[in-house]
Write a protein that binds this ligand. Structure first.
Ligand code: ADP
Ligand code: MG
Length: 578
């Protein structure tokens, strides 16, 4: 018999799920356990996609990538104490990248607080350093308000991570449905524009530049500014340089892209416009000797506190990148102007690009085995679909890979990012595959991992297989961190020594068959040692759109950057920063 509506009961778990649903949250990643299992079940019942991962860190990376790709935060659901602590890595990474994310952590029962409860930990305090907002609702009735605030905070202003703490006793408590009031879905982030006088000044600085350069960061990608920035590039005929995740906002093969002359472009430019890119280590802090001492920076950013970091900018444009770029375009519509395409600056850049491209092509064409990085990436690039997501991590693998693998679409590259985090790859790939499935059907996800990077979250291969996501994992395997040994040298070295005393810390087990990890869960695994094997396995994996696969690519374990010369000196790289 149906109960009268006013007596209908609802659990705390259902209130949380409904509050998230009302805020248009679509994806939840997590690892269930006491006390959050019911929350995952309730979310799934309401049509929120729940993806069960094998470690909270990877779950959190996945949730944050969904935020970056869709502009709507993903949720990471974790248990109390250690579960939440594992998620801190993902929160820190999201916050450093300025990506929206909601972490929901179960916590111990309120009645046992300070008594040494199961997995008791000061979670709200712990999250404060890793987030923009961290709070525990004071009651079940307060849950919708706190969740709305968390979602709103994660996407308004500079995006970032937000934490909501849910004590165990909230989850199962039954409430009268009528006592819960859900907040309407928060409005999309308000769009702010720069001061008109600052826009005029910026346009005039650009017009008077002798050697101008635009730098396109992942802030521009997140802001969906691709159309306006491309228009600015083409209308004013300006050279541009994407940051690692700014790649694809304007396609890498655009004639105005000067990635292959990165160092030279940075070093000689006299005016640089930054579209959502911070002057941190990735851009060498904006300081000499990587830049001219008197270079004029024009900074476009949504975060006022960012403006003026490390350098004194010539002009600051505080506002949304897309809106501000349109403001700049208005100036150039009013008084048309273009940078002369036959200038000395363009010629210098083109010359430099030609030389660097030739140098890396030469390395790529080397027939010697084991293969080097360039040979591998050139073959991958040859078969890479134009609309695929490229996820990448590792040191050399990521740095050299970025210079060869092209992005043609915005928000289609995910990597170790601002925080240089290793272990993000598989979580990011899972997020990208889900977003592709729902929003961009047919788009593939290629995840290019160093063998060391793969190890951080390797068990997520099971997650990939469980949800049957047709991700292509490439392990560029040099038997180590930065470098390793081949099997023979490894055996020789350890002949009279114990591995714990004799093995160099950078080494990993030589000749590891990572492809068998994929095969263990029903995906397809390939072990390749030659360019021909690589080509063939790539062709097969790209043809099979139904299954995940892993190609374990053996390369020269002693291949170092130094032996691999000039071209990558043009790239910003993790190893040089370390
Ligand atoms: P990259 O790593 O590509 O150099 P960063 O993460 O350093 O990029 O910089 C991204 C910047 O973009 C951040 O400073 C952030 O505040 C800014 N940002 C994010 N979204 C917007 C937006 N919609 N409008 C303007 N700036 C934004
Ligand atoms: Mg390696």
């Amino acid at each position: 018999e149906r109960r009268h509506r006013s007596e209908e009961q609802v659990s705390g778990a259902k209130v949380i799920a409904q509050a998230l649903k009302t805020q248009n949250v679509e994806y939840m990643f997590g690892v269930v356990g006491i006390p959050v299992t019911e929350i995952a079940v309730a979310a799934q019942e309401l049509g929120i996609r729940y993806i069960g991962m094998r470690n909270e860190q990877a779950a959190c990376y996945a949730a944050s990538a969904v935020g970056y790709l869709t502009g709507r935060p993903g949720v990471c659901l974790v248990v109390s104490g250690p579960g939440l602590i594992h998620a801190l890595g993902g929160m820190a990474n999201a916050n450093m990248n300025c990506w929206p994310l909601i972490v929901i952590g179960g916590s111990s029962e309120r009645s046992q607080e300070t008594m040494g409860a199961f997995q008791e930990f000061p979670q709200v305090e712990a999250c404060r350093l890793y987030s923009k907002f961290s709070a525990r609702p004071s009651s079940i009735e307060a849950i919708p308000t706190v969740i709305e605030k968390a979602v709103r905070s994660s996407i308004y202003g500079r995006p970032g991570a937000c934490y909501v703490d849910i004590p165990a006793d909230f989850v199962t408590l039954q409430m009268n449905v009528n006592s819960i009031k859900y907040k309407e879905c928060c409005m999309p982030p308000p769009v702010s524009m720069a001061e008109t006088s600052a826009v005029c000044m910026a346009a005039s600085v650009i017009r008077n530049a002798r050697q101008p350069l635009l730098i396109i960061g992942k802030g521009a990608a997140y802001a969906h500014a691709e159309e306006s920035i491309r228009k600015l590039v083409e209308q004013c005929k300006l050279p541009f340089l994407p940051t690692p995740m700014g790649k694809g906002v304007v396609p890498d093969n655009h004639p105005n892209c000067v990635s292959a002359a990165r160092s030279r472009a940075l070093q000689s430019a006299d005016v640089i416009v930054l579209f959502g890119a911070r002057l941190n280590w990735i851009l060498h802090f904006g300081l000499p000797p990587r830049y001219q001492p008197d270079v004029k920076f024009i900074q476009v950013d949504i975060c006022a506190e960012e403006l003026g970091n490390n350098v004194r900018p010539a002009v600051t444009l505080l506002g949304d990148i897309n809106a501000v770029t349109k403001q700049l375009l208005e100036q150039f519509d009013k008084t048309p102007w273009q940078y002369p395409p036959e200038s000395k600056w363009w010629n210098t850049l083109r010359e430099k690009m030609k030389n660097n491209e030739a140098a890396s092509k030469e390395l790529a064409s080397k027939k010697s085995l084991p293969m080097n990085y360039y040979t591998v990436f050139y073959h991958v690039q040859e078969q890479l679909p134009r609309d695929c997501f490229v996820v990448s991590e590792g040191a050399n693998t990521m740095d050299i890979g970025r210079t060869v693998l092209q992005n043609y679409l915005p928000r289609h590259r995910l990597d170790a990012g601002t925080f240089g985090t290793m272990g993000v790859g598989l979580g990011f790939a899972i997020a990208a595959a889900l977003v592709a499935k729902d929003r961009n059907p047919g788009e593939r996800v290629i995840c290019v991992e160093g063998d060391s990077a793969f190890g951080f979250s390797g068990m997520e291969v099971e997650t990939i297989c469980r949800y049957n996501l047709p991700i292509i994992l490439l392990i560029v395997n040099n038997n180590g961190i930065y470098q390793g040994f081949d099997t023979n040298s490894w055996k020789e070295m350890l002949k009279c020594e114990d591995a714990t005393t004799g093995a160099p810390p950078m080494c990993l087990l030589p000749n590891s068959h990572y492809e068998q990890v994929m095969a263990a869960f029903g995906g397809k695994g390939y072990f390749v040692q030659t360019p021909e094997e690589l080509q063939k396995s790539l062709r097969q994996t790209l043809e099979d759109t139904t299954k995940p696969s892993l190609i374990n690519i053996m390369i020269d374990p002693q291949a170092t950057r130094k032996a691999q010369i000039i071209a990558e000196m043009e790239s910003c790289n993790l190893q040089m920063a370390l």
